[in-house]
Design a binder for this molecule. Sequence first.
Ligand code: MLT
Length: 261
Amino acid sequence: MQLYARDVGQGTPLVLLHAFPLSSSMWLPQREALSGRFRVITPDLRGFGGSVLGAAEPSVDTMADDVAALLKSKNIPRAVIGGLSMGGYVAMALCRRHPERVRGLVLADTKATADPDAARENRLRMAERLTAEGSVAALTEEVLPKLVGPTTMRQRALVYGRIRGLVQATPPKAAAWAQRAMAGRPDSTETLRSVRVPTLVIVGAEDGITTEADARHMADALPNAELHVIPRSGHLTSIEQPDLFNQSVADFVSAVAKSTV
Ligand code: MLT
């Protein structure tokens, strides 16, 4: 199964893995701002955007294997791997299963811990609802309102409208599959302790889904991490505060490129 991926620019490869329930379209501000300096590769995870869902059982490990296969197909031995939220869960699975592929790591608005029982049950309930209704009503009603922070809600209606459009374009089957995959993901704290490459941890100061405490937990577990808290942003830092996000990531990737081959 080959993921669809946008691939722009030249230089150090930077793979950006999207959040739930969005697609690689969310990385437009990063493709525009960063592709002048790096090779920016933004895949659609299976079932989302231009990638087919396939027949595999739901699992973040499968999503990580898809990304490793994409790198192999492009003859890229190692890349800086960035993931936001669900993309971060996939990036951590990649560190567990294919550490040789990871040259540096960006973990944005994500967390290392597995779901508590209530959150897991809620995901499985939502997957049932998505499947039964065959529509994304569960996403627009239950997920969308939590994705952005109060500042974006108040001051940036166009940004919110764009995110709503991306959520509405999500295939319900892909969303149900991904919810089941995320429900089954393991705790990645020990994986992070074993990461040997530099890591940038980013979190929005107004993120209510994955909090600053979650970000600190990851940064504390990682042997070589820096933490950036982005002001006036909720969960989707790359869209809500693209300039600050891009600056952080560009500085980080440049430093990684200088320090490793
Ligand atoms: C995301 O933004 O990818 C989701 O909030 C992840 C999650 O549901 O845990």
